[in-house]
Design a protein. Structure first.
Length: 133
């Protein structure tokens, strides 16, 4: 029972993380010389992914590369199509509806352009996104 004047403690969630983070992605056996980097901006909720030294997606009978982020609690994926720069680096930008702190993994994979559900094509780069402290 509460008593008038009694002090109570109401927990509040921690504020969302701020700042920026850079994560080097790991190549898979399908692209052993692949280089990938994730740039996460927690202040603007933007992720930029790059992939270089990866085979053309047509090598895997696919059309494009896609950048995927996996949500920790639901295992749902958010995705964006990557585009090839004149320097032969694939670049993708994501602005998910969810805060970046809910994502625990990233994948760059060769896919059909229409696939927006989950990565089913050839994964060339992967990363674990550690929790923000």
């Amino acid at each position: 029972r509460l008593v008038p004047g009694q002090q109570i403690c109401i927990p509040v969630p921690a504020p969302p993380p701020t700042g920026k983070r850079c994560i080097v992605m790991m190549p898979t056996d399908l692209a052993p010389n692949g280089d990938g980097v994730l740039f996460l901006d927690y202040g603007t909720n933007v992720v930029l992914g790059t992939a270089s030294n990866v085979p053309d997606p047509m090598v895997f009978n696919q059309e494009v590369y896609k950048l995927w982020l996996r949500e920790e609690n639901t295992n749902n994926w958010v995705v964006t199509t990557m585009f090839r720069s004149p320097q032969d680096t694939w670049v993708g930008r994501l602005v998910p509806a969810q805060t970046l702190s809910v994502f625990t993994a990233a994948v760059i994979s060769a896919e059909q352009a229409a696939n927006m559900q989950r990565p089913v094509g050839s994964r060339v780069l992967t990363a674990t996104i550690p929790p923000v402290s």
